[in-house]
Ligand binder design. Structure first.
Ligand SMILES: [Zn+2]
Length: 448
């Protein structure tokens, strides 16, 4: 049935990550659909770009898991052009989108019954167990303590707000676990796992020293793949005030219903359209997106050169990352996910490269089914955008940043490490060779 197909990658990931692959995946889908969360916001908190970014991000990532949503929010004008929201106002745009995502999932704007309530900023709420969500600049906080997290969301800066939305999604999934256990009859894995919170206390400045949120002209950007990570990268750029870019997206794939679980720019009704066409529909007055119906490989290379000065790569295929690296773009940002991690690395010529960061090809059988979930894929695109913004402000050394989207309630929610020179490299780049005269890379490696 179409609901199970739309959720098939999500239910596979939940099965592997939380149920030791012992549960029936169609029953996991039923457990997700049996869960409902309430999103509560008032007009003052939805009068800023940050407030709207937190709400829309949480809505997108929760609804795409099939978890039902009660949307108790005011009808206010959207403060940014945010495709695929098709209405000019917040509530109507979200309700309309919510009915075009996971078939059969609940989306309503009346309070009936909810398993958890998320309150944005200092919006009024009577529920004593409500989880308050606040964001300010690069920071966000989620807590049941209104005094701690029930602070008015203001301002234009969206990065902390988007992180808040992703954190809310991971907590919403935790709320669904008892329903999934009931529906499947399976026990949640006994393996210890990190806490998604609440409380969650994230400061993106721990990962990125200076991701500029000032208006910027990013110029030409090539995106290799129109998949989930590029969707999340675009979703992030759309929220940045007055930031302009001209993107070229290379991909020859088609949008499938099984992509709606995570592709933020895709609706269920986009099924069968070329992925580049779906992304072109996300063009706005500040972000221009043009698709090219080709993959980048050895055969298409000559037709696709020259590449842009900034390249974002989000392909699963690891050798495809190496082919791009072998063009030695001036600025390269490679993002990737596993079941539990979202990762980004940045590269400039002469430094440890994408072949150093990803030295081994992933042995994927042709057509192998990859488990995915909305908030992990989203983190990869958010990190990629932050890496690009930081590096554009002040060029950085090659660095790997990892976030654990299921464990945002932990102190160790992320990790940063400068890539060492002299590592094994898939393409034997200059910095990987023992003679590389780059002292300091290894000694300055830092983990945190
Ligand atoms: Zn290398």
């Amino acid at each position: 049935m179409s609901t199970e197909l739309a959720l098939s990658r999500t239910t596979r990931l939940i099965n592997e990550a939380l149920f030791d692959s012992a549960a029936e995946e169609s029953a996991i889908a039923a457990g997700l659909l049996a869960t409902t969360v309430r999103l509560v916001a008032d007009k003052p908190n939805m009068s800023s770009r940050s407030g709207q970014a937190a709400l829309v991000c949480a809505f997108q990532l929760i609804a795409r898991m099939g978890i039902g949503i009660e949307l108790i929010v005011p009808e206010v004008p959207l403060l940014a052009e945010i495709p695929p929201l098709a209405a000019p106002t917040l509530r109507a745009g979200l309700l309309n989108l919510g009915h075009d995502l996971i078939p059969g999932a609940t989306v309503r704007n009346e309070a009936e019954h909810a398993d958890a309530t998320f309150v944005f900023g200092d919006s009024p709420c009577e529920d004593p167990d409500a989880i308050y969500v606040t964001a300010n600049g690069l920071r966000c906080r989620l807590a049941r303590d209104r005094a701690r997290a029930g602070l008015r969301i203001t301002g234009n800066a969206p990065i902390g707000a988007l992180a808040a939305g992703a954190a809310a999604a991971a907590i919403a999934l935790e709320t669904a676990v008892p329903h999934i256990a009931d529906a499947t009859g399976a026990c949640c894995s006994a393996r210890p796992r990190p806490s998604p919170g609440p409380p969650v206390d994230i400061d993106m400045a721990e990962l990125f020293p200076s991701p500029s949120e000032r208006p910027m002209s990013l110029g030409d950007i090539d995106a290799i793949s129109a998949g989930a990570i590029t969707n999340a990268f675009i979703f992030t750029l759309l929220w940045l005030p007055e930031t302009t870019a001209e993107m070229r997206v290379l991909d020859n794939d088609y949008g499938e219903l099984s992509n709606v679980n995570r592709n933020t720019q895709q609706r269920a009704s986009d099924e069968g359209k070329p992925k580049i066409t779906i992304l072109e529909s996300s063009s706005t007055s500040t972000l221009k997106i043009a698709g090219v119906n080709k993959r980048f490989n050895k055969d298409t290379r000559n037709e696709l050169l020259p590449l842009a000065k900034r390249i974002v790569v989000g392909v699963d295929d690891i050798p495809a990352r190496w082919w791009i690296q072998e063009e030695w773009p001036a600025n390269l940002y490679v993002a990737a996910t596993s079941n539990h991690e979202a990762i980004v690395t940045n590269h400039h010529p002469g430094e440890p490269c994408a072949g150093c960061a990803h030295p081994h090809p992933l042995e994927l059988a042709e057509g192998e089914f990859i488990p995915t979930i909305s908030f992990v894929s989203f983190w990869a695109g958010l990190l990629q955008a932050c890496a690009l913004l930081t590096d554009t402000t002040k060029p950085e050394r090659a660095t790997r940043r990892t976030v654990y989207p299921f464990g945002l309630g932990e102190k160790q929610w992320s990790r940063t490490a400068v890539l060492p020179a002299g590592a094994h490299c898939a393409i034997s780049c200059p910095s990987s060779r023992p003679s590389a005269d780059m002292p300091g890379y290894a000694t300055h490696a830092r983990d945190r």
